[in-house]
Design a binder for this molecule. Structure first.
Ligand SMILES: NCCCC[C@H](NC(=O)[C@@H](N)CCCCN)C(=O)O
Length: 453
């Protein structure tokens, strides 16, 4: 009889339970990120947000990750402090940031609550509400990006050798579920402005429940470590972090092209999504609930398509071609949105296909381009570069919108803004093509099935 007790990660039920738990943390992260896109008009009506103010608010998520290189540093901290301490710290930052944002939008704060007079004492062009919400978004972003890296490491710990690729595909699916929920729930709760703060507090409370879920995960993680008779500190990498790793990666043309594809592709999707409900509402005369539902077709499709494309690419390869196809589709969809009144349902589904193809092909391709020992730094750096776009493009989009719609009217013309997203998609397509040529020249094997390095 086998007297040895099975380790927790040997149990399939435990593994999928862990995926549910950390998937929930990722869902609330994406929920909060996307909860404001259907509230854009209400923020304008309630707090006098210009389009640029709104863009600034969306982009503040990326300030710590880009300018303080937090996505890279977070990965280094993770390797040093381990999953539990790093995860708790960064999910906590996320929760603090979410609560500060909701506080900034609350009636109590607006009526001169704690911090109001301080926030009124500088930069008078920005309202005290906006400044408090920016501070919140900063801490939320600081925690959110590194917590995504922590969750990847948790999945490796529990699923290595046991459906890891599927677990990663489902992880992205959990993120999209959060976006889908935000686009549907947020405008319904806000009730045309009657309960705007309620919708923001709901998003903040969800992030706090994510912190509770992470604490539950920490108990399982500690138990697993005990069973494996090793402290998570033992996961420390033997190789210390060096800035030369970064310069080395940037000297690898294939890495550079995939990082540039990452920033351009995601900049034409996430910042677009932040404006999409308002764009659809204005162009097709929809209510915020209807335009939220329409936009949510995109994350709904990606929930299913991303794992499916991941599974296909695992077996058939053709990652570089998939990225070219995804980037061209994105370009075509933005041109249709900008220049025609074609019913938006079909293009948004196509956008969902593009938004599944590129992530499913791009993230795993990294293993073909860089050495295993550099993979953490390679992803961290790619996140930081990506965040540069997630920081800049919401502001650029808002500025174009303000410039082409003087007087901040209720119904805006989005043509120039969406053409800007089309131009960014075109750059993405060029980088995808360059990646394919570079791969052909150097023989990295990006087109081969993933299990053949
Ligand atoms: N293993 C990498 C998965 C990344 C998924 C990717 N997310 C990001 O790129 C984040 N850095 C940015 C998220 C911003 C919105 N929440 C994705 O496709 O979602």
């Amino acid at each position: 009889m086998n007297t040895l007790k099975k380790a927790l990660n040997e149990s399939a039920a435990m593994r999928w339970g862990v995926l549910l738990l950390v998937g929930f943390v990722l869902s609330v992260n994406y929920y909060f990120y996307d909860a404001f896109s259907t509230l854009k008009d209400l923020l304008r009506a309630e707090f006098d947000f210009t389009n640029k103010d709104y863009g600034l608010f969306v982009s503040f998520y990326s300030v710590p990750n880009t300018f303080l290189l937090m996505a890279v540093i977070g990965g280094v901290i993770l390797d040093k402090l381990g999953i539990r301490r790093t995860g708790f710290m960064f999910v906590f930052f996320m929760a603090i940031g979410a609560v500060l944002t909701a506080y900034g939008a609350s009636d109590y704060y607006g009526a001169g609550g704690i911090g109001y007079s301080f926030m009124s004492s500088f930069m008078p062009n920005y309202s005290p509400e906006l400044k408090m919400m920016l501070l919140g978004r900063f801490f939320f972003g600081l925690g959110a990006e590194t917590s995504i890296v922590v969750i990847s490491k948790i999945l490796v710990k529990w699923f290595k050798g046991k459906n890891l690729a599927l677990a990663f595909g489902l992880k992205v699916g959990f993120g999209r579920l959060g976006t889908f929920a935000a686009l549907n729930i947020s405008p319904a709760v806000a009730d045309k402005g009657a309960n705007l703060t309620g919708a923001i507090w709901l998003a903040a409370i969800l992030v706090c429940t994510g912190l509770l879920a992470f604490i539950v995960y920490m108990l399982l993680d500690a138990k697993l470590d005990k069973q494996l008779e090793k402290d998570s500190n033992e996961t420390v990498t033997s190789k210390p972090f060096s800035f030369r790793d970064i310069t080395g990666l940037l000297g690898n043309r294939a890495y550079l092209y995939i990082a540039l594809l990452c920033v351009t592709f995601y900049s034409a999707v996430f910042p677009f999504l932040a404006y999409a409900p308002d764009f659809f509402a204005d162009k097709f005369s929809l209510t915020s609930v209807e335009s939220g539902k329409l936009t949510s077709l995109l994350p709904l499709g990606t929930m299913f398509f991303t794992p499916l494309f991941g599974w296909l690419i695992d077996r058939k390869g053709k990652s570089a071609t998939a990225m070219i196809f995804g980037a061209s589709t994105l370009l075509a969809v933005h041109l249709v949105f900008a220049l025609t009144y074609f019913p938006p349902q079909a293009p948004i589904i196509l956008l969902g296909i593009a938004f599944s193809l590129v992530p499913a092909a791009m993230w795993p391709s990294m293993v073909k381009l860089v050495d295993d020992s550099q993979i953490g730094t390679a992803y961290g750096l790619m996140y930081s570069i990506q965040n540069l776009g997630l920081w800049g493009f919401p502001i650029i989009a808002g500025s174009i919108l303000d410039a082409t719609n003087p007087g901040n009217p209720e119904v805006s013309d989005y043509t120039a803004t969406i053409l800007m997203f089309a131009a960014v998609s075109l750059l993405g397509l060029i980088f995808a093509l360059l990646l394919k040529f570079e791969d052909k020249k150097k023989g990295f094997g990006v087109e081969l099935p993933l299990n053949k390095k």
